[in-house]
Write a protein that binds this ligand. Structure first.
Ligand code: CAO
Length: 485
């Protein structure tokens, strides 16, 4: 989809033509160079789509081959998004500040002199170019990149992109097909100018107020729902905008606000907020304990988020192993199986226990009884015993156990990556598996590693122009002033 210099003229005229023509043109003349980027079959099947490829699944290129991303992201939220797009085959060109780069390169450093895991684990499969976006020659390079890319992704503080001169109007004029995708802390409103980090979003999106124990303070979660969660939302917005562009021929702005992303993931808690009007939330253990509800969705400890009561129970070894626990759900359809397993067969018919309603006020005691049973086995033994009779349970896996899990390695969800300065490290691969777009995880780029190749092969600058841009200082760290003697 990204246009080479040769096809730039055609693209311009195509953009003015009716939408249907754009689709036809784009399908006929993909600009991507790799053979795999070409449509699988040239002839249409009559409805505008190419004929099904005859190549074996996984060998017909990647889903986003030919899409070029101008990646202006940093820290976690934006990089999560562009890493996903890169894994799906997009050519992601990460623009970094000369000499500094993405701030995470130097954060939480574990190997001196090497890019941190924070950076490497969020920037696989990308290329890096250093550009001072406020330098006139830097702006020249950026303008060329805008013309050659399909999507600009950024997660700067509100207004920063405009202050660089890269307003929507400027970008849209240079490249009407460009999609401009942003992560911000908040959508339009009283907080739109605020800078936001992960835990701020967890708090403002409703997660913290509904996480933790009733009697304790609000809690943030380990899952990075503010950053990585919003990056995921943005990625979906981008591919959807690319799809719409096939019809309209034009780009659009895509915004994923972190507060909105977290709230979307806390949807069930806003559900409960409204249910409060109809009476107490009976599936919350607070109900069984006779504690009255306030006017907002309360923290529910380890209660299950669905209609089936659940809790975290101790397993063998809990005294020394902080993760010797299992999540246990007393799901109504398997109540009889639970009773048999834990050695309480009479509970199957005893009216005090036989129905979910009868059990509600006694849930704490019931879970204590189940725990007496789970404590006699390791979490994996409990899991095996329960799964044998279709009782869903969740052993609390430590990061050590996950890192060593052979099946996660086999599926590419946990991958070992080699890096020239830090050596081998583990990363989380693409969690989304596609049968015809297979992900290959490649190491993150060194700072500015691809500056020259992008200037020449993507932007088509001649050696003289490259020298001129480089000599201007737009691509390198400013020289430190020499101290006066
Ligand atoms: N060349 C020149 N200047 C550059 C540059 C480049 N290549 N890249 C960035 N800069 C400049 C920006 O233009 C900005 O300058 P101004 O303040 O003069 O406009 C400056 O660097 C700082 O950018 P920033 O404000 O985005 O960075 P920050 O460290 O101050 O704030 C963050 C970081 C994350 C709080 C902020 O970017 C933000 O709120 N982003 C949106 C929400 C978000 O994504 N948060 C999640 C982050 S992950 O936890």
């Amino acid at each position: 989809m990204a246009k080479s210099k040769k096809s730039a003229k055609k693209t311009k005229s195509a953009a003015k033509k009716p939408a249907r023509k754009v689709v036809k043109l784009a399908a006929k003349k993909p600009a991507a160079k790799k053979a795999s980027a070409k449509p699988a079959a040239k002839k249409s099947n009559g409805n505008g789509a190419p004929k099904p490829s005859s190549k074996p699944f996984g060998l017909a290129g990647k889903a986003l081959d030919g899409v070029r991303i101008l990646d202006f992201t940093h820290v976690q939220s934006g990089p999560t998004c562009t890493q996903l797009l890169a894994w799906f085959g997009a050519d992601v060109i990460k623009v970094e500040r000369p000499g500094v780069g993405d701030i995470t390169r130097g954060q939480l450093v574990d190997v001196k002199g090497a890019d941190s895991l924070y950076f490497t684990m969020l920037n696989h499969n990308k290329r890096s170019i250093t550009i001072d976006s406020k330098h006139p020659q830097g702006k020249r390079v950026l303008n060329e990149l805008i013309k050659k890319c399909d999507v600009l992704v950024e997660n700067f503080a509100p207004g920063a992109l405009d202050r660089m001169g890269l307003t929507w109007e400027h970008i849209h004029k240079l490249n009407p097909r460009m999609i401009v995708a942003s992560v911000k802390g908040f959508g339009p409103g009283p907080y739109e100018d605020c800078k936001v980090y992960e835990n701020v979003a967890q708090c403002t999106g409703g997660s913290a107020s509904t996480t933790g124990f009733r009697e304790g303070p609000p809690l943030v979660t380990g899952a990075q729902i503010g950053d990585s969660g919003t990056g995921l939302h943005l990625a979906l917005g981008i591919v959807t905008a690319l799809y719409q562009r096939n019809r309209t021929g034009r780009g659009q702005k895509v915004l994923a606000a972190m507060q909105d992303g977290v709230l979307n993931l806390c949807r069930v808690k806003l559900r409960d907020q409204q249910r409060l009007k109809a009476g107490p939330l009976t599936e919350y253990s607070q109900y069984g304990e006779g504690v009255p509800f306030g006017d907002a969705t309360p923290r529910a400890g380890n209660d299950s988020g669905g209609g089936q009561p659940g809790w975290i129970l101790k397993c063998k070894g809990w005294e020394t192993d902080p993760n010797a626990y299992i999540y246990f759900i007393t799901q109504a359809p398997v109540w009889a199986a639970i009773c048999d397993l834990i050695g309480e067969p009479t509970w199957k018919t005893d009216p005090e226990y036989a129905t979910p309603r009868a059990r509600l006020p006694k849930l704490k005691a019931i879970f204590r009884r189940i725990e007496d049973w789970t404590m006699t086995m390791t979490k994996f033994e409990v899991m095996n015993a329960c799964n044998a009779v279709d009782i869903p349970v969740g052993p609390i896996l430590s990061m050590k156990e996950i890192a060593e899990d052979e099946s996660l390695r086999a599926t590419g969800t946990v991958v070992e990556v080699d890096h020239p300065t830090r050596g081998k490290y583990l990363s989380v691969g693409n969690p989304i598996k596609m049968s015809d777009s297979v992900t290959e995880v490649k190491r993150s780029p060194l700072l500015g590693e691809h500056t020259d190749e992008i200037l020449t092969s993507v932007l088509g600058f001649k050696a003289k122009e490259v020298a001129e841009i480089k000599n201007s200082g737009a691509l390198s760290a400013p020289q430190k002033e020499e101290k006066a003697a």
